[in-house]
Design a binder for this molecule. Structure first.
Ligand SMILES: NC(=O)c1ccc[n+]([C@@H]2O[C@H](COP(=O)([O-])OP(=O)(O)OC[C@H]3O[C@@H](n4cnc5c(N)ncnc54)[C@H](OP(=O)(O)O)[C@@H]3O)[C@@H](O)[C@H]2O)c1
Length: 285
């Protein structure tokens, strides 16, 4: 049996992916969970999963961690601004270790989008191409959880705000995106393909309506200008950098950057994506 490895296996996405590999019948001993802190994966080790240290900031950990790995699910890191260097170390280690295939979690239309996170993803896609390792690009849309995170605010205030100008977004749950990633990892036939991955599309007005249903109280959406949204976010206590990032995401979304028109997610899942209302109810529970 091939050996499958997942980076970031103690993060929410990587955890889902490891669980999905096991759920689909992969023997625990054929699953390698790559983590910064093995102590945080003790539960996986107890179930027979191979746990190895792999820190993107410590290249010396990476090649040994990838020894004997056939297919790698490379979950992008979270250190914005550091990732081109970190991801380059992972790609180089995968090449040196002889990993046969990599599936990388990128971002929607990485090479043409205005999303502020794109440059590090497109750089990683290029590093992978240059490495010669056969790769699958999993260009993930936004997580539904990013929107479900607004439920508390919506419940408390009866409103949500954005600067999306009525544009639609197509987020998907982490669980769906991780299950799709595992499908790609398990299916050699996806090698060389680029998947643009998103779930059911909705506007922020429709999100507010879904919040109203789930919360049992009226929630309205205020469509703000970018400057108004920035002021609202800093007024609510966010630092300038985080507020600026969120405004930039909404400005990109207003231009359609978070809408997906492909059926790539359904194709990899082999079923429809989780409906928004179900995801919101699960988040509330
Ligand atoms: N589509 C979206 O809406 C969206 C939103 C947020 C993030 N993302 C991207 O998707 C990725 C996975 O999502 P997530 O929800 O699991 O994100 P997350 O909660 O931010 O987890 C990040 C993962 O990256 C790992 N990591 C960070 N620095 C590392 C390093 N130096 N060496 C090795 N691993 C490192 C973390 O390890 P530890 O467990 O040790 O902390 C964690 O497992 C993120 O890292 C980010 O690239 C996408």
């Amino acid at each position: 049996m091939p050996t499958y490895a997942v980076t970031g296996a103690t993060g929410p996405f990587g955890r889902h992916a490891v669980e999905e590999l096991l759920r689909r019948g992969t023997a625990p001993g054929d699953v390698v969970a790559l983590v910064r802190d093995p102590a945080r994966a003790a539960d996986l080790a107890a179930r027979g999963v191979v746990v190895r240290e792999a820190d993107y900031d410590r290249p010396e950990t990476l090649e040994p961690a990838l020894d004997g790995v056939d297919a790698l699910l490379f979950v992008s890191g979270s250190a914005v601004g550091q990732r081109e260097r970190q991801h380059g170390a992972v790609v180089e280690a995968a090449r040196a270790a002889g990993v046969a295939r990599v599936a990388y979690t990128s971002v929607l239309r990485a090479d043409s989008t205005d999303l502020p996170v794109a440059p590090e993803h497109v750089a990683t896609e290029r590093l992978l191409a240059a490495s010669g390792i056969p790769a699958t690009l999993l260009r993930n849309g936004w997580y539904t959880e990013n929107y479900a995170g607004l439920l508390g605010q919506a419940e408390a205030t009866g409103s949500v705000s954005s600067a999306t100008r009525g544009a639609r977004v197509s987020p998907a749950t982490r669980a769906d995106l991780a299950a799709a990633a595992v499908s790609a990892l398990l299916d050699e036939g996806t090698t060389g393909r680029t998947f643009e991955l998103g779930g059911p599309a909705f506007t922020m007005d429709e999100l507010a309506a879904a919040f109203s249903q789930v919360l049992g109280r009226e929630v309205v959406h205020h469509d703000l200008t970018p400057a108004e949204l920035g002021a609202a976010l800093t007024g609510a206590g966010l630092d300038e950098g985080t507020a600026g990032f969120l405004v930039a995401v909404d400005v990109a979304a207003a231009g359609g950057a978070l809408e997906v028109s492909t059926a790539d997610l359904e194709e990899l899942l082999g079923r429809p994506a989780t409906p928004l209302a179900d995801a919101l109810r699960a988040a509330r529970a």
